[in-house]
Design a protein. Structure first.
Length: 382
C-alpha cells in the first residue's frame, strides 16, 4: 500500500466516527469514549498477569543474556492495552457485535494503539472468520511474507495462525511486515484457545540512543531474504512462501513489494530491499520506529530451535539485515534495539475469545514462550 493510500485510509477515520449517532459515550480513559449500553471498561487488575515473566537470561529469546535486557516483563499500563468488555453479548449476533467493536476502534485507536475486546461470543476459527468479514478495512495477504512460520486458516477470508513457531521460542517485539513496502496498518487478532499472557509494546523511538537512530536513518536498513528451493526441504522455501512452483509467478509479486531478485544456480532465491527505520504515523503525525532490523537479523534465527547450534552462514539463514549500504550492523547496536524494545513492553492476561486490535504502526507485538494448547489467529488489514 502506498503512503498516500495509507494516509487516505487513516483520514477516513474521523469521518466514519462522526456518522455514529445517538450513542451514549463516556470517557473510558482520558482518551477513550464508549457506548455504555454495549461496552464497559476492564479494570487494569484483570489484565495483570498472575506471575512475573523473567526476560533476562530467558531461554530461546534472542539477546536475553546480553547487556541491557530488563529483568522482568512490565505490567500493563493504565490504557495499554485498552481493555473493554462486551456487555449482554446475547442481545446481538457476532456480526452485529463486530460492527460495534469496529466503531469503537474507529473512534479510539488513534489514542489507544492496542484495544482488547473481551466477552465476544466467539469460540472458533469460523467465528473469527465472521469477525474478519465484519471488519471494514481492506484485508492484506501474507503472500510473499517472511519471518514467520504460519498457515492460512480461511483461504477465502484471509485469516492466518499468528505463529506456528515452536512454543518454547519467544518471539521478540516487532511491527508486522515492517520490512515490506506493503504492510498492515491494523492487525486484529483473536485467541481461539489462549489463557496465557500476550504482550504489546508502545513505540520505543524516544528511548533509543539518538546516535544509533541517526546512523540507521542516514543509511536505512537492508533486508536480505534467502528462500531455498523446495528440493532441499529447508525452512521457508520459495515455493511455500509464494504459494507457487512457477518462478515466473514470483517476479511480479516481488516487484510490487519492491524487492530485487537474484536466483542462484542451485535454484535458491535471494530477495533484498532497503527500507526506512522510522515513518511518520499518517493519523497522529508522530514519528514512529517502524522496521524489523533486529527481528530479521541472522541473530534472531540462530536462536530458533530449527537453527540453534547449526553452523549456517548468516546469508543462508532465512533473513539477514545490514545497513542500507551493505555494511554490517554492530552487535552492540543490535543488542540496543532488542533491549530497548523489551524495556517498552508490557504483558497482560490473554484469554480465549479475546479480540485484540493493534495499530501496527504505533505499537509492536510479541509472544512469550508457552506450554500447553494455544491457538491465536490474525487478520491483517490496511
Ligand atoms: Fe507478528
Amino acid at each position: 500500500m502506498s503512503a498516500r493510500a495509507m494516509s487516505a485510509s487513516f483520514q477516513r477515520l474521523p469521518k466514519m466516527a462522526c456518522v455514529i449517532k445517538g450513542l451514549i459515550r463516556r470517557p473510558l480513559t482520558q482518551t477513550a469514549t464508549y457506548n455504555v449500553s454495549i461496552f464497559e471498561p476492564i479494570p487494569r487488575e484483570e489484565l495483570v498477569t498472575k506471575f512475573k515473566s523473567r526476560l533476562r537470561d530467558r531461554p530461546l529469546t534472542p539477546g536475553s543474556s546480553n547487556g541491557g535486557f530488563p529483568e522482568f516483563l512490565a505490567e500493563p499500563r493504565e490504557s495499554f492495552p485498552l481493555g473493554v468488555r462486551v456487555r449482554n453479548s446475547n442481545q446481538f449476533s457476532l456480526a452485529e457485535l463486530t460492527a460495534k467493536c469496529m466503531e469503537f476502534v474507529e473512534e479510539n485507536l488513534s489514542h489507544n494503539p492496542a484495544i482488547l475486546f473481551r466477552g465476544l461470543p466467539a469460540r472458533s476459527a469460523e467465528d473469527f472468520s465472521i469477525i474478519a468479514q465484519g471488519i471494514p478495512w481492506k484485508g492484506l495477504s501474507y503472500e510473499g511474507g517472511v519471518g514467520g512460520n504460519r498457515r492460512q486458516v480461511d483461504k477465502v477470508i484471509g485469516t492466518y495462525t499468528a505463529s506456528d513457531e515452536p512454543p518454547e521460542f519467544t518471539i521478540e517485539p516487532h511491527n508486522e511486515m515492517a520490512y515490506n513496502a506493503v504492510y498492515p496498518a491494523k492487525s486484529p487478532m483473536m485467541a481461539v484457545v489462549g489463557k496465557r499472557r500476550w504482550l504489546r509494546t508502545a513505540s520505543c523511538l524516544s528511548k533509543l540512543d539518538p546516535d544509533v537512530v541517526r546512523k540507521f536513518e542516514e543509511k536505512q536498513v537492508r533486508y536480505v531474504r534467502y528462500l531455498p528451493d523446495k528440493s532441499r526441504g529447508e525452512y521457508q522455501n520459495w515455493q511455500h512462501v509464494f504459494a507457487t512452483t512457477n518462478k515466473k509467478d514470483i517476479e511480479p509479486i516481488a516487484k510490487e513489494q519492491g524487492y530485487n531478485i537474484t536466483w542462484d544456480p542451485t535454484g535458491d532465491l535471494y530477495l533484498w530491499q532497503n527500507g526506512p527505520v522510522s515513518i511518520q504515523h499518517p493519523l497522529t503525525g508522530e514519528k514512529v520506529w517502524f522496521n524489523q532490523a533486529h527481528q530479521h537479523n541472522a541473530t534472531y534465527y540462530k536462536t530458533l530451535p530449527a537453527f540453534a547450534g547449526a553452523n549456517i552462514p548468516d546469508e543462508k539463514l532465512p533473513c539477514h539485515t545490514y545497513y542500507g549500504d551493505g555494511s554490517v550492523i554492530s552487535p552492540e547496536a543490535m543488542q540496543h534495539l532488542r533491549a530497548t524494545s523489551w524495556s517498552c513492553a508490557v504483558g497482560f492476561q490473554w484469554r480465549s475469545s479475546d479480540l485484540l486490535v493493534v495499530d501496527n504502526l504505533a505499537a509492536q507485538h510479541a509472544r512469550m514462550s508457552f506450554t500447553g494448547d494455544r491457538i491465536n489467529l490474525v487478520y491483517l488489514t490496511e
